[in-house]
Design a binder for this molecule. Structure first.
Ligand SMILES: [Zn+2]
Length: 265
């Protein structure tokens, strides 16, 4: 193990509002600086979560996205500018994050996270955030987080509704069945037959700000080990009625990824 990171005078001033927080302080900020966080998807959610993580002083931010910026992204993907249209999202994002906080190391992966390469990309990170909008990628991220033994923060938005949850199955996989947490596949065993994309049904841009920020905040809590992260819970935000509700997500013994039923028999 390396020793806890120290801070320059500039960092002490930069993170002053964190350092005075009783729950974070120096030890919490050191944990943030030592953390390696992977963000899958540099779309609406990633565009909000990534700059917040960089500004917060997370040591390494990995970004995975194969896409280039398109004009219709700019309504909600606030990290990009009009002149970025046609450029790789991860290249633009790396530049912006470097401008926000040069102390942060950004690792850009301009590639689609498929099941074949998911383990290779996720390995080495302490935490993974998934802000992608297709179930196949979400399933690949979830399986890789589980096999890497790390926590997954998952966010999703569609129309006027968003959700965020923390899935700690990877972290608890070696515990007795009664002490394990759910994975994303416990919540969503199969691709829903009515699965829609934002391109088809639309999404209100500011909703990406709400849910992306919640993902970053859950990440900060998990890294600094403060508060009650949304582990085993899913927070659902209905923007039209401005109401939230939180539902429990128990582990599914029959889950295809983390299920215990087969191995226990
Ligand atoms: Zn599961």
């Amino acid at each position: 193990m390396t020793s806890a990171p120290t801070f320059s005078d500039e960092e002490v001033e930069r993170y002053a509002r964190h350092l005075v927080l009783r729950e974070l302080g120096g030890p919490g900020q050191q944990r943030l600086k030592a953390a390696r966080v992977l963000l899958v998807g540099a779309g609406g959610l990633g565009c909000v979560a990534a700059p917040l993580l960089a500004a917060a002083g997370v040591g390494v931010v990995g970004l995975v996205d194969p896409d280039v910026v398109s004009l219709s992204n700019l309504q909600r993907q606030t990290l990009y500018r009009t002149q970025d249209v046609g450029r790789l999202k991860v290249d633009c994002a790396r530049e912006r994050l470097g401008e926000i906080n040069a102390c942060v190391q950004v690792e850009a992966h301009a590639i689609a996270l498929t099941p074949q390469i998911a383990d290779e990309i996720v390995t080495g990170y302490d935490l993974v955030l998934d802000g992608t909008d297709d179930f196949a990628t979400r399933f690949a991220v979830n399986a890789a987080a589980y096999s890497a033994g790390i926590v997954l923060v998952s966010g999703a938005i569609e129309r006027w509704t968003g959700q965020v949850g923390v899935f700690a199955a990877g972290l608890t996989r070696d515990r007795p069945p009664g002490q394990r947490q759910a994975c994303y596949r416990c919540l969503t065993p199969d691709i829903p037959p009515d699965a829609e994309t934002c391109a088809r049904v639309g999404v209100v841009g500011a909703l990406a700000g709400v849910i992306g920020a919640m993902m970053a905040l859950e990440a900060v809590k998990l890294i600094a080990d403060v508060g009650e992260p949304l582990v085993g819970r899913l927070l659902i935000y209905d923007a039209l009625s401005a109401e939230t509700r939180t539902v429990r997500v128990p582990p599914d013994p029959a889950c295809a990824v983390c299920g215990t039923r087969v191995s226990a028999s």
